[in-house]
Structure formats: structure tokens, C-alpha cells
Design a protein around this ligand. Sequence first.
Ligand SMILES: O=C(O)CCC(=O)C(=O)O
Ligand SMILES: [Fe+2]
Length: 204
Amino acid sequence: MDLFSDYNQEFTNLLPYDGEVDYYGIVLDKKTSDYYYQEFLSNIDWQHDEAIIFGKKVTTKRKVAWYGDVSFSYTYSNITKTALAWTEALLALKQLIEEKTGETYNSCLLNLYHTGEEGMAWHSDGEKDLKKHGAIASVSLGAVRKFAFKHKVNGTKIDIVLDHGSLLVMKGTTQENWLHRLPPTKVVHTPRINLTFRTIGIKE
Ligand SMILES: O=C(O)CCC(=O)C(=O)O
Ligand SMILES: [Fe+2]
């Protein structure tokens, strides 16, 4: 990545091969980012996430919520969830992100990490309900956190920092070839909200 480029590039592909992760940097001004952060903290139906791991039901400290166009059912970590109907604020942000990325999305998974102690382990978002090779647009609000990619075969790692009001888009073969995670950290004590706009495949 050339940080000193004079070109007015809208985004940079962070991956050297086997996928495309477009980092747009900060796309929402401070006032707009603050507004959405407060709005989502207060007006999203946050729930502790549940997963079945080695046959046992576990509950995460992190909270999640899932919104979508219609009553989609979506399965991940062996649990099936049903989407809630879009709020006005979510729809407005979705539209803005669709304009910026030139893609459309029909659902959004939100994550609330209360402090730096909460994170997300290495995974890829290749669930079968997701449209194959569909773009996933990730918006970050609140505490600034590190984010990382790791190549599934050769272990190459790419670290980035996700700012308040920033946008990252994972597309193409990224989920097949790379894992990503939000590492826990002891130096962050305030909440971060992440929204991933996705496309759930419409079943025939
Ligand atoms: O919190 C983030 O930035 C990423 C969340 C994530 O990877 C996911 O929801 O699949
Ligand atoms: Fe993910």
C-alpha cells in the first residue's frame, strides 16, 4: 500500500493475492459517525450471541443483532437466526454504503464489543446462506480496533486498524482463501460497533 500516493484512490486492495479487501478508510464524517454510534447503541435489539461448539451451547459476551429485507433465516455457528426488519437508521446507512461500494445488500449483522476484551476469533464468512463471492461491507463505529487477515494455506498475515466511521469491503475469493479476526486487546475500554452488510442468497 502506498500511503504517500498522490492519486485520489477511493480504496486500496489490502490483499496481495487470492482475494480482494477494499479499504476505503473513513467514509463518514465525525458527526455522522457519532450519530450512528449512539443510535445503534440505543436502538438495536442487542442479544448475546449463541453458538454450538463441540456440541455445547455457549454464549458470547459480545452482543449481536441481525436485520434484513424480509424474514430471512440465516445459519452460522450451527444456530439459525431470523432477521428483524430494517430500522430507518440502518436503511439510511445501507443506502449510503451501497452508493459507495456499487453493490447491493439485503441483510446486516451487527456486533457490539463492549470493551477490548471482547473480540472475534479467526474465521471466514463463507456460510452457505451467503451469496457466493458476494461483497461483505464492514462499517466500524466507536473504539478504534486492530483487524487481521491470515492466508489459509501459507499463513501470511495482514494487520490493519479500523477507525470510527471507516469502511472495509471483502469480496471475490477472500472468504475461500483468507481468515479474519478482531483480536482482543487490553488497551481499549470503550465499545465498538461493527456492521457487516451482506447478501443472503435467495432460495428457489
Ligand atoms: O467486528 C468486525 O470488524 C468483524 C466482524 C466479523 O468478522 C463478522 O461479523 O463476521
Ligand atoms: Fe467475519
